[in-house]
Write a protein that binds this ligand. Structure first.
Ligand code: CA
Length: 238
């Protein structure tokens, strides 16, 4: 990389902002930090960062207001930094347009995985033909799902759910978002039908549905498709 990728960190706790910043710098990213929503919005507009890490508890503005304001003019990936007590805010943040979240305290590995996923989506979104994770493969043109060599027969709804999660692999999808994408904007946002479908999907895809390796449950939030590289590829990893 000649031009270093810029990540904007909007976080009022200086120690957290500094530690995130130094982790990112040591992984080759350029960072900018600020402690208020107002400054964050100004910096986002003037510096066009590749991704934004956003604390939900800012002194001047509700984090969700920052998200809705940003989303009026920008698709920059936003990763919310949330404290454990902000469970509901976190789900709201995702529904308002944040791409993902990370809960404090987090490890360097988690942080880097979230950043890579967020950046990858901006590059690949939309033009993926085949998705692979471990033994699972999904051919979007043929609507064909396989685990190893075995064809997996999914109902139309099950396929739509799996395809949606795969197109957003690595990223959490809230129950509400999945329901709206699959059953339409007027669907009842009761997630019982989604859960029933997920039980069937896991029974078909997973070796052990109780310990899923492809589709993870994020309790109280939604589902996340694993984006593990298949083991037998020789593509370079970071
Ligand atoms: Ca804070």
């Amino acid at each position: 990389m000649n031009q270093k990728t810029l990540i904007l960190i909007i976080e009022d706790e200086q120690s957290i902002a500094n530690s995130i910043s130094s982790i990112l710098n040591s992984h080759g990213y350029k960072t900018m930090t600020c402690g208020t929503g107002k400054e964050g919005l100004t910096m986002a507009a003037s510096h066009c960062p590749a991704a934004i890490l956003l604390d939900l508890g800012l002194p001047d503005m509700d984090g969700n207001t920052v998200i809705t304001t940003l989303r009026q003019w920008s698709d920059i990936p936003i990763i919310v930094i949330s404290a454990r007590i902000q469970e509901e805010d976190k789900v709201d943040a995702l529904d308002y347009g944040a791409d993902d979240y990370i809960t404090k305290p987090f490890t360097t590995g988690e942080l880097m995985a979230r950043i890579r996923t967020a950046l990858r989506h901006t590059i690949h979104a939309g033009n993926m033909k085949v998705f692979r994770s471990g033994e699972l493969s999904i051919d979007f043109e043929r609507h064909q799902v396989k685990v190893g060599e075995e064809d997996i027969h999914l109902t139309q709804i099950e396929y739509k759910i799996v395809a949606l999660l795969a197109k957003n692999a690595g990223k959490v999808m809230t129950y509400d978002r999945i329901i709206k994408e699959i059953w339409g904007p007027y669907a009842d946002n009761n997630n019982r039908i989604l859960r029933v479908n997920m039980v069937n999907i896991r029974r078909k895809l997973e070796k052990n549905p109780a310990e899923p390796q492809y589709i993870y449950t994020e309790i109280g939030v939604g589902y996340r498709m694993s984006d593990e590289e298949p083991e037998n590829t020789d593509g370079q990893k970071e």
